[in-house]
Design a protein around this ligand. Structure first.
Ligand SMILES: [Mg+2]
Ligand SMILES: [Zn+2]
Length: 192
């Protein structure tokens, strides 16, 4: 029996996963530096027919440190870099709010993840969220998806924190996760 490949969605946190975190809000191109291997990781996932999207907390918008126009410019730059590596990002979800705004999209709230699940009509079990903070893992665990912690950005610090969701998987970086996932699913699908 040849199984139709399941639709799988990989949600990436941005800062600390795709690009290096900064001690301040990433506001312009000079701040933009890819995490080593992240462009290749997105390309491999794209090539293997995963849908790759981004979900990012950008409270700098709510607090006035970042304009939507500047963020869009950064994201255009990110799209270009990803495309040059052979990858594709199918959408970028962002939360512009601050903690005190009490919205349902700022991670650890799961609003962005729920929206992505609905947009791509995918089962939560076929959704992974890769992040470097506890709140990333919580946002996807809350809806029954797969939390993945990478040790880039704040990842090493997060690993030492209490309260990681039980099914959290840990990888050195996005590239290590992408390689593992693709290999695992290829092995599963060749069993049929
Ligand atoms: Mg992050
Ligand atoms: Zn929000």
């Amino acid at each position: 029996m040849s199984a139709v490949q399941r639709h799988r969605v990989i949600i990436l946190d941005r800062d600390g996963v795709i690009n290096q975190k900064r001690p301040h809000t990433v506001t312009d191109m000079a701040d933009w530096e890819a995490v080593p291997g992240s462009m290749d990781a997105i390309a491999f996932l794209t090539e293997a027919d995963y849908t790759v999207v981004v979900a990012t907390n950008q409270s700098g918008i709510g607090s006035g440190r970042l304009s939507v126009a500047a963020m869009n410019e950064l994201h255009a730059h990110m799209h270009t870099q990803v495309q040059q590596a052979g990858g594709h990002i199918s959408g970028i979800w962002f939360c512009p709010h601050r903690d005190q705004d009490d919205c349902d999209c700022r991670k650890p709230a799961s609003g962005m993840v729920e929206d992505i699940i609905e947009r791509f009509s995918v089962d939560a079990e076929d959704v992974w969220l890769v992040g470097d903070r506890l709140r990333d893992l919580q946002a996807v665990a809350a809806v029954g998806g797969n939390p993945v912690l990478v040790l880039t950005g704040y990842g090493r610090q997060t690993l030492s924190e209490e309260g990681l969701p039980e099914n959290t998987q840990v990888f050195d970086d996005l590239l290590a996760f992408a390689q593992y996932l693709i290999q695992q699913h290829e092995a599963e699908e060749s069993e049929f």
